[in-house]
Design a protein around this ligand. Structure first.
Ligand code: ES4
Ligand code: ZN
Length: 412
């Protein structure tokens, strides 16, 4: 996908309009662990349904425990939380809830990680996991045209033999996942540990991605590329410690699926202002923005864009376009589908650039605050929004459950 970006005059889109544009622009989400989208409310609902005990008094107490020192302290809670997932219906409900949030964020393409070993270890059949998730993906496509596929992840703290056994168990549902990934505790578990199982996956025609350079060193990014032949690197932020690697990632246009809120919550960076995503973009890398484990890290993909752009005043409309476009370019989809998504992205930005430079009804100073405080646009029956400024465009804002005076940070 080498088509140059169209001649959109990004300078005509002032920063105060960005929150609304970030919300409504078409997006791909390529790094989301479905188990990490388990919201506390659903944890308790499924626990009651399945007779599983939760060692917290309620939703608030559970949420209060989401204070992590590092990746491992998060993973401990994440694996414990997954214990409420037992039946195919549970996996459907989990994925459906995520897809509703994604649709409300105008995600057109989602590539969703799942961790079968977390569930098979508790006696849940892998077929129940995959079928439940798959049916939710299929329904999201039927109902909203949201294109969603699954990526099976191996847990890197377990052995390669266990990964092979998991692959074997999952193969009857081979047509329900498009690729494999590698996640969980990174330090001490280099990509090389999984060389043979990834080779087998490639022979099976599966796409291959791997978490690397999140907490682990830049050398793990290198071996994910060289040994596993990863087509994308999940996180990869530590590549900046190795300038030769950065040059290679740029030259080979290897996508990095970066997750800003995750990196701050797990203390890879001390705060959002210290996040190196702008430097990665500046280095010419194919950077994408994703949510990782949205329930645990404080937000879905739009929240990641908003908090990132709020903390980095140098990020402008051109950067927003580039990040969204990278997501579509990095997706595992044929060129025709990618071109369709990118055309919709171009339309959103061209429309924004055609509007007057100043808007008497805009609330520039309040825009970021309003956008960041806005958490009510999620709905149980989302439809796609396209108009960031419905009143000026003569379009109907299609965010469900919101009246004409929406708090989209733009014109009203
Ligand atoms: C994960 Cl943030 C993160 N890193 C590695 N593995 C994971 N699994 C779920 N979230
Ligand atoms: Zn991840």
């Amino acid at each position: 996908m080498n088509t140059p970006p169209p001649a959109i005059d990004f300078a005509r889109i002032p920063r105060e309009r960005l929150p609304a544009l970030l919300r409504t622009m078409p997006k791909a989400e390529l790094h989301i662990h479905v188990e990490g989208s388990l919201e506390p409310e659903m944890t308790f609902r499924l626990a009651a349904r399945n007779g599983v005990a939760v060692p917290y008094a309620g939703v608030e107490q559970l949420r209060a425990a989401y204070d992590f020192a590092d990746l491992q302290s998060f993973l401990d809670l994440y694996y414990a939380g997954a214990a409420v997932l037992r039946t195919e219906q549970d996996f459907f409900d989990l994925a459906w809830a995520y897809l509703e949030r994604a649709a409300a964020d105008n995600v057109l393409r989602a590539e969703i990680f799942f961790d079968p070993q977390t569930h098979t270890a508790r006696g849940v059949p892998v077929g129940a996991v995959i079928q439940g998730l798959h049916h939710a993906c299929r329904r999201a496509h039927q109902e909203w045209g949201l294109d969603a596929d699954l990526i099976l992840c191996f847990l890197r703290h377990l052995s390669e033999d266990e990964a092979f056994a998991t692959l074997e168990q999952a193969l009857p549902w081979r047509h329900h996942f498009i690729g494999v990934g590698l996640d969980s505790s990174e330090r001490g578990h280099p990509p090389e540990k999984f060389a043979r199982v990834f080779a087998r996956c490639r022979e099976l025609g599966l796409h291959v991605v791997a978490h690397a350079g999140e907490e682990g060193p830049a050398a793990y990014v290198r071996s994910a590329l060289d040994v596993l032949k990863a087509e994308r690197i999940d996180h990869g932020v530590r590549c900046l410690e190795d300038p030769t690697l950065v040059t290679r990632l740029a030259a080979e246009r290897v996508p990095l699926t970066v997750c800003p809120l995750s990196n701050v919550k797990l203390r890879v960076f001390q705060d959002m202002a210290a996040h190196t995503l702008p430097a990665l973009l500046q280095a010419g890398l194919c950077v994408t923005v994703n949510s990782d484990d949205p329930s645990y890290f404080g937000g879905y993909v739009v929240d990641n864009f908003l908090k990132l752009f709020e903390a980095h005043p140098a990020l402008d409309a051109a950067a927003a376009y580039r990040l969204a476009r990278n997501g579509f370019e990095a997706a595992f989809a044929d060129e025709a589908r990618k071109a369709g998504w990118i055309a919709r992205l171009d339309e959103a930005f061209a429309g924004a650039a055609r509007r007057p430079l100043t808007c008497s009804r805009s609330l520039p100073r309040a825009a970021w605050t309003l956008a960041l405080n806005e958490t009510t646009m999620r709905s149980s029956s989302p439809s796609y929004g396209s108009a960031w400024c419905a009143s000026h465009e003569g379009k109907t804002t299609s965010w469900p459950g919101r009246g004409a005076t929406s708090t989209d940070g733009g014109c009203r």
